[in-house]
Ligand binder design. Sequence first.
Ligand code: NDP
Ligand code: KPL
Length: 307
Amino acid sequence: MRIGIMGSGGLGGYFGAKLADGGADVHFIARGAHLEAMRRDGLRIDGPSPLHVRQVQATSQPADVGVVDVVMLAVKLWDTEQALEQIRPMVGPDTTVISFQNGVLKDQYLRAAFDPKQVMGGVGYVATTIAAPGVIRQTGPMQRLLFGEFDGSRSARGEALLAACLAGGIQAELSPAILREIWQKYVFLVGLSGTTTTMRTTIGPIRSNPQTRAFLADVMQEVIAVGRAHGVDLPPDYLRSALERADTVAPDMTSSMHHDLERGGRLEVRWLAGGVVELGRAKGVPTPLNRAIADILALRAEGAAHA
Ligand SMILES: NC(=O)C1=CN([C@@H]2O[C@H](COP(=O)(O)OP(=O)(O)OC[C@H]3O[C@@H](n4cnc5c(N)ncnc54)[C@H](OP(=O)(O)O)[C@@H]3O)[C@@H](O)[C@H]2O)C=CC1
Ligand SMILES: CC(C)(CO)C(=O)C(=O)O
């Protein structure tokens, strides 16, 4: 299976390396010092299950790759528009495009750019960041990819991607309810990213302190209310499940948005807590805590240099 990884950082680099390790024909789209290091030294994953793919196919030019079976979109949300233009040479009539980015609006952008039939839904669970050019660091053992057709069917293309993922040791699942999965991840992530980034710490202390734990729960509850108002069939006790997930991840785990804040980079807050505020407003659902998170982080949203 030919797979194009658009954006080879924490998410794309990690899962792309595992796919390549499992024998898939993976083409990484990267840029800058990270691209140079990948070409020179391959791609290394540090963490609980270290991996070094010594020779990777990496380029900044999707046209060099040509048409692939699957494009996995893994750039930060602010880079989406440009990335969707750049991947066009990799997308033929039979290519599937899947975004594993965070948030709930991403697939709208894909459907606007390509034939909606080419778009499958996806969710990625992993805590990774680019530690140095050519090196991805994973915190905690969690790693999971979910993907599926929006109509819930089990397609041949989904099965083929599943087989490639499993061959690489990815905990992958073909989901019959991918929209719900995308929202379930959104609930967890908005809670995790909103708390870890504003409180500037990892999930361990946040979930242990009764006051910050209650804040985390209330942030998640707002997202659940907004999702339900938009017709998403979230399970009745979903808050409990989301908190259980927060309780079982490694205590030193944090969000990719917190990593971005620490390194002075841009933040995805506009699509995370900010997205909840926007979607809540559209349905008249109050979201005061998510608004507070978006407001607190507003000065850093474009990066430390713009504060
Ligand atoms: N990391 C994680 O743990 C997880 C992240 N996510 C989500 O996945 C998405 C990606 O996040 P993450 O992997 O952390 O981000 P990273 O910044 O680590 O990786 C994105 C990479 O894509 C590169 N890139 C962006 N645009 C282009 C382009 N046009 N051509 C070539 N390379 C490009 C970036 O380069 P440059 O640095 O130069 O901008 C960067 O190396 C986000 O939506 C995030 O929320 C989801 C689950 C887990
Ligand atoms: C919550 C987490 C780590 C799970 O994959 C994530 O998606 C992120 O921080 O961006």
